[in-house]
Design a protein around this ligand. Structure first.
Ligand code: ADP
Length: 470
């Protein structure tokens, strides 16, 4: 069966914590036990070497050639301690010369092995025939000119026992440690995840009608605060978009109502009285004027909503900006002539950009149309095309009109924003021309700005990147 990692993040965190603690404990216990064991055994070997040196000083041969131990405890108190080890002495041909009582008939290895005890000490671990684990030290020694081999062993059992006790204590502690780790892990994961759950439940409560609400930020500067801040920023943007959408719908309905009401009123007037064919013709003419107005408004609205929905595909081509400005001027010249105004165009012939000619021309027409519309008769509007640097081209449209006060200048690119509603509507404007121009310029990664002061005319500046990317 395949084990599945739990779905809940809290359980996963707690489980990881428990697994980590268990692994750390096992590693620590195993490592400590091994290090302690090796150290104690090294100590044991060291003691065994010291004991061999003591033994050497206590031995002598009797006159009849027997090996004798000076076990006079009073004069040599260390002899007692040494004789408590396992001890045997052999001649090099293997003859047993001495074996202490503790060793009894348990041998320490029979005939000396080649090289055993030569050049210092030989050390090895072994097991006696009664099962006692020992660490053994051998050393060759010249006693009264007789070469002998001394073997001395220390029982390793206390070391093994200590190791076992240590492991047993650790094993007994293990379940408690794991239970404590599980509890700590559970509490920790609850504490860590509580703010996440609170963010989730708050976010769930925020619907489109409560987009002004925000998720609390606790000011700790941690990741959860960061998450809440990101969420709040998203909410702010959403709230703003919803507000704009509501405003746009309300403004659009209002704008649509005006020409519809006018058409209705004209129709009612026509129905109420008997008029001459000439009068009816005038009424129908007025109605058509309102219908034209309505059509322009619907076209503008359609363009804006398609732009918002990303449904407009720009068809890029290399455009000579001066030619595009020339087209615009010749299109709007009749309008300017009606007001006895002049349009003057100057600029760099070589200023080319990658752009969609349809939308770029629309943007320029809207700006120049405004200049004509809002300037008094007999004024001049200048257009200037400049390649300001290798990367961008600027089109400036300067008029000698009434100018725009700073408080209005900040809003003129907003949809349906008109500085003087009555005057602008009379001039046929809906407050959408600059919004459309701005959309078209920004769609080309360009920018549009205005510098103006009341009574001093206005300059609209469109800046476009040469290669179509900002
Ligand atoms: P409209 O269709 O009303 O002209 P726009 O979006 O084109 O709408 O312009 C928004 C407002 O900015 C206008 O109502 C007008 O008050 C102001 N405006 C635009 N261009 C000029 C200009 N050249 N001179 C003075 N005011 C301007």
């Amino acid at each position: 069966m395949k084990l599945k990692w739990p779905a809940r993040l809290g359980t996963r965190l707690a489980l990881s914590y428990v697994l980590l603690t268990a692994s750390a404990m096992i590693l620590f216990t195993g490592g400590t036990a091994t290090v302690l064991f090796l150290q104690m055994r090294a100590q044991l070997e060291h003691f065994a070497v010291e004991d061999v040196e003591t033994v050497e000083g206590l031995m002598s041969f009797t006159q009849d050639g027997h090996l004798k131990f000076n076990d006079d405890y009073h004069n040599h108190p260390e002899s007692k301690q040494v004789l408590e080890r396992f001890l045997e002495v052999r001649s090099l041909d293997g003859t047993l010369l001495y074996r202490n009582d503790r060793l009894g008939n348990l041998g320490l290895g029979g005939v000396p092995q080649p090289g055993e005890g030569v050049g210092g000490y030989s050390q090895r671990s072994g097991v006696l025939s009664d099962g006692t684990r020992v660490v053994m030290v051998s050393r060759r020694h010249l006693l009264d000119r007789h070469p002998i081999l001394i073997r001395l062993a220390q029982s390793e059992e206390p070391v093994w026992h200590a190791r076992q006790q240590f492991l047993l204590a650790a094993a007994l502690m293990f379940p408690f440690m794991i239970a404590a780790a599980a509890l700590a892990g559970y509490r920790m994961s609850r504490r860590i995840l509580a703010p996440v759950e609170s963010i989730a439940s708050q976010a769930e409560r925020i619907t489109s009608s409560r987009l002004h609400e925000r998720i609390p930020v606790h000011g700790t500067g941690d990741e959860l605060d960061h998450l809440a801040e990101i969420f709040n920023r998203t909410l702010t943007r959403l709230d703003e978009s919803f507000r704009q959408l509501r405003q746009f719908t309300a403004d659009a309905s209002h704008e649509l109502r005006t020409p519809l009401a006018a058409i209705r009123a004209i129709g009612e007037v026509g129905l109420e009285r008997d008029g001459t064919p000439q009068e009816y013709r005038e009424l129908v003419g007025s109605m058509l004027e309102e219908v034209n107005r309505l059509t322009r408004l619907v076209n503008d609205l359609l363009m804006i909503s398609r732009g918002d929905a990303g449904a407009i595909q720009l068809n890029y081509a290399s455009i000579a900006v001066l030619d595009l400005a020339r087209d615009t001027v010749s299109l709007l010249e009749p309008l300017a002539e009606e007001k006895e105004q002049k349009l003057v165009l100057t600029g760099d012939e070589g200023a080319n950009v990658q752009a969609d000619p349809v939308f770029l021309r629309q943007a320029l027409i809207n700006v120049v149309h405004n200049a004509i519309k809002y300037s008094p008769p007999r004024m001049t509007t200048s257009l200037c095309v400049e390649r300001v640097n290798p990367h961008s081209v600027t089109i400036s449209v300067t008029d000698a009109g009434p100018g725009i006060a700073p408080e209005h200048a900040a809003h003129i690119f907003d949809r349906f924003y008109r500085v003087d509603t009555g005057r602008s509507r009379d001039a046929g404007g809906f407050g959408l021309g600059l919004a459309i121009a701005q959309w078209a310029v920004q769609a080309h990664n360009g920018s549009i700005s205005v510098s103006s002061a009341p009574g001093e005319g206005s300059t609209f500046r469109i800046t476009l990147p040469v290669n179509g990317t900002a």
